[in-house]
Each structure stands twice: as C-alpha cells, then as structure tokens.
Ligand binder design. Sequence first.
Ligand code: EPZ
Length: 419
Amino acid sequence: MGSLIIEGPAKLSGAVKISGSKNSALPILAATLLFDERVILENIPDLMDIHTMIEILSAARCKVIFSNGVATIDPPTNPNTDIPYELVRKMRASFNVLGPLAAKFQKASVSLPGGCSIGVRPVDYHLEGLQKLGFSTNIEHGIVTAKLEKKVDEVIISLPFPSVGATEHIMTTAAILDGTHTIIENAAMEPEIEDLAIFLNQAGCKILGAGTRRIEVFGVKKVYGCVHRIIPDRIEAGTYIIAIAATMGDALVENLNVSHLISLFDVLRSSKVNLSQICEDKVRVSMNQRPDPVKIQVTPYPGFPTDLQPQIIAFLSRAQGTSTVTETVFKSRFQHVDELRRFGARIEVSDGTAIVHGVEKLSGTQVSATDLRAAAALVIAGLMANGTTLISEVDQIFRGYEKVVEKLSSLSAVIQYRE
Ligand code: EPZ
C-alpha cells in the first residue's frame, strides 16, 4: 500500500476535467452479461474497480477490450457462470452479476460480498428481489447460487430502503425475463439508475420510471448490441468542488453534470462558497473566507450524497462555527473522523451525527485511509492544513479517482505518490 505526501496549505486554481462515473459504469458492465451481441461503452474511467469488474466478465468468458476510456464487450461463446471468490471479495458491486447471469443462463453462483469499513453491507434486499422474480437462492460456504425455477407474470417488489445496488440488480435481472411485468417500489433514484435504464432501453428493453421511486420493467426476450456513453462521475466532481472551496481557491470544474449536484450546491452556497459560470457541464468554484457552518442531512438521492459526507466534514472542520452532519444511509460511516482529528479538527460523533466545531487552522500530520471516500477527505484536509501530510494505506483512492495525483497537480496542489 502506497502513501500520498501533500504540502499544505494549497489554494487550488486552474481547471480539472471530470471522468466517467464509476458507479454508473459498474452496473452497466454487469448488465452486459445479458447480451448476445457486442456492446461498446464510452467514457469508462480507468480505475481499479473497473478492472476488477472486467476481470469478472472475463471469468464469465466474455471477451473485453478496454483502452482509452472505451470498453468493447463481446458475449461468451462458452459461458462460465461460477464467479470465483477472490474476484467478488475485492468489490461489493461484483455481486450484481448474479442476477443477469442466472437470468441469461438459468443458474449462476457468486460469493457473498464481504463487509467493509463503512458498514456490514448486507444483500438481503437483492436476494428477496431475485426470489420474487422466480429464482431460488441458496447460500452454502459463502457462495450464493441463484436458479430460475418458475416464470412470474406480475410482481411488485417493495424495497425497505431505496438501495442503489438492489434497485440496479433487480432492474437488470427483470429486463430479460420475457413476459414478466416487474414493479419496483421505493426504488433508488440516483442518476446512475437512470443511466443504466437508458442503456438497457437503447438495447431493446422496456423500463419505465427510472429516476423515480417507482420503476416498471416489462421483460423482453432479447437485448441488442449498442453503444452507450457513461454519465460523468458526480462524486468525483463533488470531491474536487469541495477541495477547491476548502482551500479557498478559484478554479473551473468541467465535464460534469451540474443537475446531479443540486444538494451539494445548496450546502456550499449556504456556507458562502461562490459557484458561478454554471452551465450544463461546467462550474467555477471560488471561496474567499472560512465557511459559514451548516446543518446537513445525508439521505438517498436527491438528498446530500453519503459518498460526499467524509469530504464535506473535512471542509466544515474550518468553518466559523459548529456544523452538524447526520448520516442516514451508512450509520457507522465515520472512520475518517478519528483521522481528521489528527489534523486538529474538533469533531464529535453521537448517534449517527457528526458535530463539527470549526477551528481556524489545521496542521499537517500522518494519517491512514480507511476507505475510498475517507481517503478523499484526508487529501482535502492535507490540502487545507499548514505543513506536510502523509496519508498511508492510500491505494484505495485509485478505486474511485482516475489520475487523482495528476488532476490535483494540475490544480496546483503540491502532492506526490510514494510506493
Ligand atoms: C452504492 O452502494 C454505491 N456503490 C456506494 O458508493 C454508495 O455509497 C451507496 O450506493 C449509497 O448511495 C456503487 O454504486 C458501486 P445501498 P450499495 O444498497 O448499492 C442497506 C463509493 O464510495 N442495504 O444503496 O451497496 C445498506 O446496508 C460507494 O463509490 C441493506 O440493508 O448501497 C445501506 O445501509 C461506497 N440490504 C443502505 O441499504 C441490502 O440488500 C444503502 O445501501 C442492500 C442494502
């Protein structure tokens, strides 16, 4: 595991271009298992998690070529439907290949995803959804086997929580259950769900209501090869926007979709960040004071995203007053707080809420990253702090941020990666 060394304080300036969305590319890559024809996906970010998903498709014997942001996927001639543990263990999103494989080939096995530092990460909503779609699911020695047992004409699946992964998994699996009418209630509304539905509908599926709480899927017999461009990564964009504001910089963020970040923009404007030159795919961010304190509820989309919660806490650690950030998606997602305290931040956590007492200055220190978005928060704190910061265990940041050292350097950060 390598380390990042950051010289602070920085004032980020210049311009940064946002890459394609990791959390849109992963479910769409999993959905290519439904196809008998070539699929071409553009604007795919070059990330560790993308390579893991490509390894999984290759394990299913798809032929995948990935270069210059374009993935070309050809279906397997002799498919393998038992995906090995060592691949699925690496990344939770891998679990979402179970349904498409089982729908396409009647039976498939995938290992249960492990937990991670942001929570237990159960898959009960996924399994209940597959069962309602007519699959039997059996778990033995940590391996889940799904088998298509019967055809279902009409089914309503009400999710106890608007789970992104469960919504994507059920929608993708139902897409090719020919003649099955599936209704998903309390569905997740994230832009990545809409992007997945646009991709599948382009291929001949019949999915209505993606992006709302109620999605209808009319299963079709066959999907057709197509070309699809992945939407911009709203979490990468939000991370850079917060970093520019946190360093009291002035910079341009390009190739994003502004409409995916309304809840973040509302919070930043309340804390006196200037957001201007706004048009569909670019925004200018500038800040010339310590932020005003704010109260934030982290909720499913369109609320404030949990994947920007660690980063916004780093930003608010230097506010002129006390802010609160209440997490309702992953209640224990506060591992980054202990590390932020090492910079001199004054943060308490109680009952799913972080209380952030703003301080005037942070000072550079040694910290270690616990998960992908915590790593991003520590980078922001290192850019804000006076002095040198060393972030160890940092390789996981490359799971979600393409060319992060190069992009931050282009914003005039003084940062280097050491193996
Ligand atoms: C997706 O994870 C994202 N990952 C996460 O981003 C993101 O934080 C999360 O959605 C919430 O927005 C990808 O898209 C690859 P959930 P997912 O199912 O689908 C509970 C990142 O940093 N739950 O919406 O796993 C669960 O425990 C990652 O890019 C069940 O109880 O999240 C959690 O409390 C981190 N049973 C809540 O629902 C289930 O069967 C939301 O989880 C499924 C979920």
